[in-house]
Design a binder for this molecule. Structure first.
Ligand SMILES: [Zn+2]
Length: 405
């Protein structure tokens, strides 16, 4: 009974682990999709932001323009105000003069009337008095003329005063009509300025709204950027979990399709020949090319980055294992796979006892076939990798760089 339970548990645990790897792989690819969606949204939002900022600055420019027009109007209005106030002083002065002229006229008119009344009241008596008081005819005549000339002088004086009064009146009316004109002009400018002020208020409202939009879009960008940072962290964590799971499971790695975590095959990075790298992405740089630096022909590429010892070696494409051997010299532990496109790949110097396939096995792209080591003719841990156009012939080795991603 206990055994059965353990078995069931074992199956469940293995299944859960397998499922976890698949779920984790799926979730990293989902996370990457989400991240690139977010990045698209960020790019869109940035475009939108620069549109809004452009609109805002052009509206601000319009406001500045309106401000300068309004202040122009204001200085014209101030100018008119000062002219109107000058005119008010002049009108007041004219009014005063007018009143003085009126008073002078009234006083002189009153005096003239009084004189006239005296003359009329005295009537003939007056003339008789003149005559009686006159010493001579000459005297008489001059007294008579004196009286009539006096009347005539009064009339002239009054006429002159009246003319003067009218001139002042006319000047005052002109001043008043000038003032009315200036007031009209002021009213026109004030209403034009008020219209500009309304327009300015509208533009200010627009700018305020654009600023709000700007803030909202920026907040959106910040939020998305923050979200992507979190996603990056989640991806790193998921990759670390996948790497750990692969290590625990003994490695092979179809499930680790998404990304290229250290220790797993990167099935996303495929060359035009259909090959992936034979080692994990972190160790995929070629440390020795087709030729040795000395000029001797190497016929292969080596992957010999630090830390590569014990890393999995992957089949670069689907195929059939035609050789899987452990030599003590030369290639050491090595494997040759025949691929469906007619090419052969050779993997050499594998860790002793790490070969997990045998001749005749069908292998899948990314499947672990052994681990990197330093067996055979090797001075340090590296994977020696060849591509051949026929299996057993050194002369048919081609440059692997031309077939790798
Ligand atoms: Zn080599």
């Amino acid at each position: 009974m206990k055994k059965v339970i353990f078995k069931i548990f074992g199956v469940i645990i293995v299944s859960v682990m397998l499922l976890q790897t698949i779920v984790m792989a799926a979730s990293t690819s989902e996370l990457r999709d989400e991240k690139s969606d977010n990045q698209e949204k960020i790019n869109d939002a940035k475009d939108e932001l620069s549109d809004v900022q452009e609109q805002k600055s052009s509206t601000q420019e319009e406001i500045n323009n309106l401000d300068s027009q309004i202040s122009d109007y204001q200085s014209q209005i101030d100018d008119l105000d000062s002219k109107i106030s000058d005119l008010n002083v002049q009108i007041e002065e004219a009014q005063k003069k007018l009143e003085e002229a009126q008073t002078e006229y009234d006083e002189n008119k009153k005096l003239a009337e009084e004189r006239l009344v005296i003359m009329q009241e005295s009537g003939d008596t007056s003339y008789l008095d003149f005559i009686l008081s006159s010493d001579s005819v000459t005297d008489l005549i001059s007294s008579y003329y004196l009286a009539s000339e006096l009347a005539e002088a009064d009339t002239e004086l009054l006429d002159g005063l009246e003319e003067e009064r009218q001139a002042v009146e006319t000047a005052k009316q002109e001043l008043e009509s000038s003032k009315a004109e200036l007031n009209n002009s002021k009213t026109t400018k004030q209403s034009a300025s008020a219209q500009l002020e309304v327009l300015k208020q509208e533009k200010n409202t627009e700018v305020a709204k654009l600023s709000e939009d700007e803030k909202a879009i920026q907040a959106q960008i910040d939020e998305l950027t923050e979200a992507n940072k979190t996603i990056d962290k989640e991806i790193r964590e998921a990759e670390a979990r996948i790497a750990a799971a692969n290590k625990n499971n003994g490695g092979s790695s179809g499930g680790a399709a998404a990304g290229a975590p250290s220790g797993s095959a990167n099935l996303n990075n495929v060359s035009s020949s259909g090959f992936i790298y034979p080692v994990p992405a972190a160790y995929a740089n070629i440390t020795t090319g087709l030729y040795y630096s000395s000029g001797a022909y190497h016929g292969a590429v080596d992957f010999g980055s630090g830390g590569i010892n014990g890393q999995p070696v992957f089949a670069v494409a689907d195929g059939t294992v035609i050789i899987a051997k452990a030599l003590t010299t030369s290639y050491g532990n090595y494997i040759i796979i025949k691929h469906d496109n007619g090419l052969y790949t050779l993997y050499a110097h594998g860790q002793a006892g790490s070969i997990t396939v045998k001749s005749g096995d069908r292998v899948a792209q990314g499947q672990q076939i052994m681990r990197v080591g330093s067996t055979g003719n090797s001075t340090g841990p590296h994977l020696h990798f060849e591509v051949r156009t026929s299996p057993g012939n050194y002369n048919n080795r081609v440059n692997p760089k031309d077939y790798l991603p």
